[in-house]
Design a binder for this molecule. Structure first.
Ligand code: GRF
Length: 204
């Protein structure tokens, strides 16, 4: 059986990328084949380098349109034939060109219990609204901000008013759930049938 190739798109620190690298480093089936960043100084590129994973910096500022930028990413990805494209802190909205190309193969992680709190500053919003629960969502990507069918969520009680502490707790959840969902997709435990997300071992 050929490998299940995962490509990861980042813009920053890449702690989720690191969790994914760690999970699959010795995996015989799932292979993190390349990392692409639209930011030159993204620490995630260093993480990829350290893990011996092909990595690329593609500056969105060098392109006059979103589509040209995305086509350049696609041209790189095509070399790796990814089974899954994983957005891990990639801070660009993707157009239909990209989203359609990777339909049902493009996932994102977002630090909120979607559909609550799309966009930035989710931890602050949770604290301001005195929510009892906060959490993370992994979803397929459509071409709306933080939109698309939900694959998995994890929630946690809000037990602090300290935004940094809350963020750390959310990161811990992210680092657990994202590799798990990627593995479930690779193992066909999660898939799309007739436009519906099917989860084989739905233990929620
Ligand atoms: C994470 O909080 C993720 O949910 C959001 O961007 C952040 C990326 O963090 N989409 P990192 O770069 O993986 O550390």
């Amino acid at each position: 059986m050929s490998n299940f190739n995962v490509a990861v798109l980042i813009s920053g620190n890449g702690s989720n990328l690191q969790a994914i690298i760690d999970k699959f480093q010795k995996d015989e089936f799932v292979n993190v084949s390349c990392v692409i960043s639209n930011k030159k100084d993204a620490y995630g590129l260093v993480r990829a380098e350290k893990a011996n994973i092909d990595h690329y910096f593609i500056d969105n500022k060098n392109f006059s349109s979103r589509e040209e930028f995305e086509q350049t990413i696609i041209n790189v990805l095509d070399k790796y034939e990814p089974n899954l494209v994983v957005l891990a802190g990639f801070m660009r909205i993707l157009s239909e060109l990209f989203v359609n190309k990777y339909k049902n193969k493009l996932i994102n992680i977002h630090p909120s219990l979607l559909p609550k709190y799309k966009g930035l500053d989710t931890h602050r919003k949770v604290l301001e609204n005195q929510d009892d629960y906060h959490g993370v969502t992994v979803h397929f990507v459509d071409n709306t901000l933080d939109g698309g069918p939900i694959l998995a969520q994890k929630r946690t009680l809000v037990e602090t008013q300290d935004i940094k502490e809350l963020e750390e707790k959310i990161h811990e959840l992210e680092h657990k759930i994202y590799p798990e969902v990627i593995n479930d997709i690779a193992q066909k435990q999660i898939y799309v049938l007739n436009g519906k997300v099917i989860k084989e071992n739905n233990d929620e």
